[in-house]
Design a protein around this ligand. Structure first.
Ligand SMILES: *Cc1c(COP(=O)(O)O)cnc(C)c1O
Length: 296
């Protein structure tokens, strides 16, 4: 069994544990290891030599696919939203791993999200590729993420995780033998299809109780929030755990708020998943280096 480090502390009568995927998987970071695991296996079984996926210019999934591809001997192609920026640290990293980048307009990117034929026409250009959706949330990702809590499925009352595209949450919900209630905290301000997407990724007979709290996006995806940044600094000082500004900072701040407001059963055991994403700091510092003071 895989051993993932964790850290436990007491907070207002709750026992809080942080599951530290960011320490266990520092290369293919955090939850992305689990999202990619069975996709890579499937790609190999289907005798693919190239992985292709989609993402924003600072995407953790692009970063993860690039390094996983390199480590496991696949060529990689990233279809990136917007224009090239050679200074962007995530894109630089992806290129260093050998990822071939192709930039598409925001409009086209958006239409590919909802309109598969456009995506197919586009990917056809690259010949035979193993295609993973933006953020990688397909059924193989869910199977991988259903292993995150292996060995600890019956230990906690609540499991809390940040939600982007929903694959990780779906995998947590699918954990065999899970006894905890699952709480997802979306980091996007608007994502109308989210619940439906998650429902589509879990099996019909699944009995896990799960819910989403929508109040912890702090302005929206990858938006600058002085509150989140201040919290991350304090949390790091107190616990020596660095959170990321896009997912886990918001997740942890949200989790604490739920406990302060007693929306979770008093005295319960709460597992918060540190899903990684620390590569995002470089892109974050790059994006906000000039105007960080204006944004505060
Ligand atoms: C990608 C990512 C998530 C979101 O995962 P989804 O499966 O897209 O919901 C959460 N946390 C971190 C750190 C991530 O990089």
């Amino acid at each position: 069994m895989l051993h993932i480090p964790s850290y436990t502390y007491q907070f207002k009568g709750y026992e809080v544990t942080i599951l530290r995927l960011e320490q266990a998987f520092p290369d293919v970071q955090g939850n992305k290891y689990f999202k990619l695991k069975y996709n890579l296996q499937e790609a190999r079984e289907q005798q693919h030599d190239t992985l292709l996926t989609f993402g924003g210019a600072f995407s953790n999934y692009i970063h993860a696919t690039a390094i996983a591809g390199k480590q496991f001997g696949f060529k990689t192609i990233g279809i990136i939203r917007g224009e090239d920026d050679p200074q962007n640290p995530t894109l630089q990293f992806a290129r260093e791993q050998g990822m071939q980048l192709h930039f598409v307009s925001r409009e086209l990117f958006k239409s590919m999200r909802t309109h598969n034929p456009v995506q197919e026409a586009f990917t056809a250009k690259y010949g035979r590729c193993y295609v993973m959706p933006e953020g990688g949330s397909n059924n193989f990702a869910v199977t991988g993420c259903s292993e995150i809590l292996e060995g600890i499925a019956d230990t906690y009352d609540y499991v809390i995780t940040a939600v982007g595209t929903g694959g990780t949450l779906a995998g947590i919900i699918e954990t065999p033998g899970l006894t905890a209630k699952v709480i997802g905290l979306p980091v996007l301000r608007i994502n109308e299809q989210l619940e439906q997407t998650i429902r589509g990724l879990i099996t019909a007979e699944n009995k896990t109780e799960w819910t989403l709290f929508y109040d912890y996006h702090f302005g929206g995806y990858a938006k600058y929030s002085a509150d989140v940044l201040k919290f991350i600094a304090q949390f790091n000082q107190r616990h020596q755990i660095l959170l990321d500004p896009i997912y886990t900072g918001k997740m942890m701040l949200g989790a604490i708020d739920l406990m302060v407001k007693e929306k979770l059963k008093p005295q319960s055991k709460v597992l918060c998943i540190h899903t990684g994403g620390l590569q995002g700091w470089e892109g974050w510092n790059y994006r906000f280096k000039e105007n960080s003071t204006d944004n505060q």
